[in-house]
Design a protein around this ligand. Sequence first.
Ligand code: 48H
Length: 252
Amino acid sequence: MIEETTITRAIAGKYMEKLLKSVESDVCIVGGGPSGLVAAYYLAKNGFDVSLFEKKLSLGGGIWGGGMMFNRVVVQGNALEILDDAGIEYEKYDDTHYVVDAIELASGLTYNAIKAGAAIFNLINVEDVMIRDDRMAGLVINWTAVEISNLHIDPMTVACKAVVDATGHDASVCNIVARKTGKLSLAGEKYMWAEKAEEAVVENTSEVYPGLFVTGMSVAAVYGLPRMGPIFGGMLLSGRKVAELVKEKLRY
Ligand code: 48H
């Protein structure tokens, strides 16, 4: 017999179980766009406890709308390996450019991150950070609904060994760390230049403050790099690279 109260107990109990497990993680990823999801996938696959916080209802960030709401994105050849790992299909357009269905990319990357073992929390906004002895120690989180409704409700905190800022153009975490420590400065994203931007984003994916790593468009915001429009290879490669950097860092 179906019982409404059992449904309530099942949802509340199981959510709480997941949240309590994420009170301490190896890695916290902020933002569930392409770079954050790819980082979550590779880190979880390598056995790390990963918690990803996304402030919106859906995961996928800027993928869904493709270019100007045409729900297709372009990925260049050197990032196809990541699509293959995730079982996402693509169509060759010419020797350099491949076309991917934006819906398949957003849902495929999300599915793979979950299946690899990452704990994904939507509707949670990261509003502050926890720092100890000049090193990232965790995140301060609250419901997005609290932020939107401007209610005066204190947040709660989760601890981790490394934080990945995958918040896209906002570079939210880096902005907070810059403002509150004075030990990081953001150069600000520059004009469109796809070829240069794609390479530079991957090259500059790095640790920008002890325990704080940047990936995706946040890299452009920190390092003053150009933007690239609806080509996503750089985002995928940056997500995979940040996973490698975090992996190396947490080994020691
Ligand atoms: C929780 C947060 C917070 C917060 C933000 O924008 P994204 O898709 O990020 P990337 O860097 O993985 O991909 C960028 C790509 O989508 C893009 O915009 C490109 C390639 N643009 C090029 C151009 O020229 O314009 O995803 C970031 C995610 C979003 O879902 C936000 O909602 C989320 O981060 N987010 N989540 N707490 N404080 N801030």
